[in-house]
Every structure is written in structure tokens, then in C-alpha cells.
Design a protein around this ligand. Structure first.
Ligand code: PEP
Ligand code: MG
Length: 325
């Protein structure tokens, strides 16, 4: 089966009724961006910069970050790369920057930490902006945003980094597209305002599910409750794309849900056409989406949205898949 999936990997992901779906890969190591498969995806939909930071003994400097980011952009061969600014805290510790908290998942994570340490944030932004040089390949993504002020402040630092570099290099450099992760549920209700500030949104379905359900996804006592097929989570995902579409704000999904066959089917049914996933899921999702029609998936979604439990949802989608072999 794997061989059958792989045989179609170089073909674009188009449903039977001609809807193009863009499939990207999630990555954190340059060595894991296998050049062949990298070519077969539509780009890198999530580059987790924290992996570089987690492998070091101290914060990597500007020159070191610049070198790594350049390699990542080169490895993507001109295709878009969505680079996420540092997302440590929660389940991602840095040995050289210990954070001790009672509730790490509700604590000092992602953009919160970057904004409290502009000296670190600016180094990272400067390295990213220089790595992109004059190409429009780079997109920068802000993790764990929970209010509009954080976006505004982050954009001030982008401007600062941009102005500094323009002055130092004696020429204007291209400003990348900037987006935010939709992980903190409250932002669902501020997407109209988000749209006025950023160029795109990427749904982190792992954290969005965790925070919608109040379930620590890494705690074995409760992680059975962690389920993105929960009807309430599905409604949130549908609501997110409706609000983004109404504002012409591009939206993608980069959590694990996008790489699960049933998850990908429901997302495409909702209208999502940009999915980012682990490289291992890419060929399978491509194979699957090339064999379904969006029209049929919309009917499936209507039925799914009438159900009351995650188990029923999964059973219905499994039945749909089985009927189609
Ligand atoms: C997510 O939360 O869905 C996500 C992609 O971010 P991470 O898994 O790195 O927290
Ligand atoms: Mg996350």
C-alpha cells in the first residue's frame, strides 16, 4: 500500500471534482527535510524553530540562526516555507532556560516568552529576514497568540528588525508575510480583527483541541479525552474557516488532525485547502484526497455535524471510507 501511495506522490492533490488541496510538511530539522519528498510537497507548512534551540546548550546567535534558516529555505527549493518563531514552554523545555510553573500549558509559552524577551525575539526576526533576502518564499508564524495586543507588539518588533537591517545593509529588504497560529480558543471570536493585522492564520489543531477540551494532551490519565473529532471541536474548526473566508484571510491547518485520513477529509469538506502534516502522512493523504469528491464530502460533513460524540463521528467517516474501498 505504501508503494501505491508513493507512486502518486509527485501528482498534485486534486479531488475528483477538481478542487486543488495544497499539502505541506511539518518539520523541525533540516536533516529531516528529505529533498525528494520535500519536492513532492507544496512546501513547508510549519518549520518549528524551537527544535534548533532545544538541541543547543545556549541560545543560538544571529549568525547561527541565519545559517540554519537559509538551509531550510534552500532545501524547500523555492517553495513556500512557514517558519514559526520560538515556541518553547509547555511541553518544550530548554535546559538552559528553565521555567518552573504550576501550569506550564497555561503559562509562559510561545509568543508570550518572545515578547517578554525582545532581545531574543529581535535576534530571531533579524535572522529570518536576512535568510529570506529578496525572495517571497518566507512566511513567519507567531505561536500561542491570545490577544490582539500581542500581534500589534510583535509587528512593532518586525518593523524594528526590518528598519535596522535596511539601515545596516543600505538597501530595502522584503518584509515576509506574517501569520498567527490559532491555538488559543478565544481568538476564534476575534478573527475579524486578526484579519486586519496579519496575512494568514494557521490552525494548531493540537493545542486548539487541548485548550477547547481542557485536556493536557501529554497526560496519560486524561489524554483519552483529547479528541479533535469531538463535535464541538469540529464546529470550532468550521467556524474558523467561515470567519477567515468572510475576511479573505488565508487559513491552513498544521496540527496532527490534518495528517489523519478522517481529519483531512473533514477539513477539506469544510473548505480548508491547505494542510500541513508530518512527512510520513503526506503520500497517504495525497492518495486519499485524489479519490474523493468535495461535493460528496460536504454531504458527509452535514451528517457528521448532526452527531453528538467523537466515536460516532469516527465511525461514520470510517464507514464512508470503507464504502469507497
Ligand atoms: C499545534 O498545536 O497543533 C501545533 C502544530 O503546534 P505544536 O504541536 O508544535 O504545539
Ligand atoms: Mg501548538
Amino acid at each position: 500500500l505504501q508503494r501505491r501511495y508513493a507512486a502518486e506522490l509527485s501528482l498534485s492533490t486534486v479531488t475528483l471534482d477538481s478542487h486543488r488541496v495544497y499539502l505541506y510538511i511539518n518539520s523541525g530539522l533540516i536533516s529531516s527535510i528529505d529533498s525528494d519528498t520535500g519536492c513532492d510537497s507544496d512546501g513547508i507548512g510549519l518549520y518549528r524553530t524551537e527544535i534548533l534551540f532545544m538541541l543547543k546548550q545556549c541560545f543560538p546567535g544571529e549568525a547561527e540562526q541565519l545559517e540554519v534558516y537559509r538551509k531550510v529555505l534552500n532545501a524547500a527549493n523555492g517553495k513556500p516555507v512557514v517558519m514559526r518563531t520560538l515556541d518553547v514552554g509547555g511541553d518544550k523545555p530548554l535546559d538552559y532556560f528553565p521555567i518552573v510553573e504550576d501550569n506550564p500549558f497555561l503559562g509562559w509559552r510561545g509568543i508570550r516568552l518572545s515578547l517578554d524577551h525582545p532581545e531574543l525575539f529581535l535576534v530571531q526576526l533579524r535572522a529570518m529576514l536576512q535568510a529570506a533576502s529578496d525572495s517571497d518564499q518566507l512566511h513567519v508564524l507567531l505561536p500561542m497568540v491570545s490577544n490582539l495586543e500581542e500581534i500589534d507588539l510583535a509587528l512593532v518588533y518586525f518593523d524594528q528588525a526590518h528598519q535596522e537591517l535596511t539601515a545596516e545593509l543600505g538597501r530595502s529588504i522584503l518584509m515576509p508575510k506574517v501569520g498567527i497560529m490559532l491555538e488559543v480558543p478565544v481568538l476564534l471570536y476575534q478573527l475579524d480583527e486578526v484579519a486586519k493585522r496579519v496575512d494568514f492564520v494557521s490552525v494548531g489543531s493540537n493545542d486548539l483541541t487541548q485548550y477547547l477540551l481542557a485536556v493536557d494532551r501529554n497526560n496519560p490519565s486524561v489524554n483519552a479525552l483529547f479528541d479533535s473529532f469531538h463535535p464541538g471541536v469540529l464546529r470550532a474548526l468550521k467556524f474558523a474557516i467561515e470567519r477567515c473566508d468572510a475576511n479573505q484571510l488565508p487559513i491552513s491547518v498544521c496540527g496532527e488532525f490534518a495528517g489523519e485520513p478522517a481529519g483531512a477529509l473533514l477539513l477539506v469538506a469544510m473548505g480548508y485547502n491547505q494542510l500541513s502534516m508530518n512527512q510520513a502522512s503526506l503520500s497517504r493523504i495525497n492518495y486519499l484526497l485524489r479519490r474523493v469528491s468535495k461535493k460528496e464530502l460536504s454531504v458527509l460533513l452535514d451528517d457528521v455535524l448532526k452527531l453528538t460524540s467523537a466515536e460516532e463521528v469516527k465511525a461514520l467517516v470510517a464507514e464512508y471510507c470503507q464504502e469507497r474501498g
